[in-house]
Write a protein that binds this ligand. Structure first.
Ligand code: AMP
Length: 261
């Protein structure tokens, strides 16, 4: 399975990526983590990237594309991967398309975590205040001013990727402000056979859709109604189910503060 997680810094991509890794036995490829490792090891890439990262700006496309090209060829990535923090620009997405095509590989999906930027900034302000009070060391880019800059970079350079993947019919969105487990369940549903790109995160437990459902757009709910023995009414039930609005997450405040990701 090969996936992309899209969403601004702090949306919870890292947390969801780790869960996908455990569930699907794939690897998480986070360009942010790889760049931080390069900075820590003072490699030429790290030396080049450090000040750019500290300012919350994007490192040049060719640097991250080279890192990813190298990484997806490694043995542990053969089973699949979830990209977290890459691609972040349309040229990076185009480069990824080329890299995959050259290797005869394809993406299984692009999942966007939709979030409220105002709430993200408040969260990081709280986290920074708490960590400072405890005397803990902060990441250089872990402060509200840099986060604002990173959100600006996201809107300008990364948000257009949602259109890029939507046009290819690959974009699936979830409510990233829902509690972590709810977001995970929503992603699971999207990745299950018949999962649609329009599902929202809900507080309900995930119910995988039937792969053979032909009940149209709202396949998941339709599949549920098709399970009933009264076959004649199946299409009617599917239509009715399709009109229902998806349930909203019960609480947005329960979601724990996570590391920027
Ligand atoms: P992240 O941990 O994904 O938020 O990334 C931390 C920082 O690394 C970003 O603010 C950028 O400076 C840099 N970075 C990570 N991934 C990319 C990418 N795909 N393109 C450009 N810069 C990146």
């Amino acid at each position: 399975m090969r996936l992309i997680l899209l969403g601004p810094p702090g949306a919870g991509k890292g947390t969801q990526a780790q869960r996908l890794v455990a569930k699907h036995r794939i690897v998480q490829l986070s360009t942010g983590d790889m760049l931080r490792a390069a900075v820590a090891a003072a490699t030429p890439v790290g030396l080049r990237a450090k000040s750019i990262m500290d300012r919350g700006e994007l490192v040049p496309d060719e640097v991250v594309v080279a890192i990813i090209a190298d990484r997806i060829d490694q043995a542990d990535a053969k089973r699949g991967f979830v990209l977290d923090g890459f691609p972040r620009t349309v040229p990076q997405a185009q480069a990824l398309d080329r890299l995959l095509a050259e290797r005869g590989l394809a993406l299984d999906g692009v999942i966007e975590l939709k979030v409220d930027e105002g709430i993200l900034i408040k969260r990081i302000e709280t986290r920074v205040a708490e960590m400072t009070a405890r005397g803990e060391k902060l990441r250089a880019d872990d402060n509200p001013d840099v986060l604002r800059g990173r959100l600006v970079a996201y809107r300008a350079q990364t948000a257009p990727l949602t259109d890029y993947y939507a046009r290819k019919g690959m974009l699936k969105s979830v409510d990233g402000m829902a509690p972590i487990d709810t977001v995970t369940a929503a992603i699971d549903r999207l990745l299950s056979p018949g999962g649609t790109g329009k599902a929202k995160a809900t507080a309900k437990k995930a119910k995988p859709a039937k792969a053979k459902s032909k009940a149209g757009k709202k396949g998941r709910k339709a599949a549920k109604s098709l399970k009933k023995p009264a076959k004649k009414s199946a299409m009617k039930s599917a239509k009715k189910a399709g009109k229902k609005k998806p349930g909203r997450a019960k609480s947005r405040t329960k979601r724990r503060l996570t590391k920027a990701g």
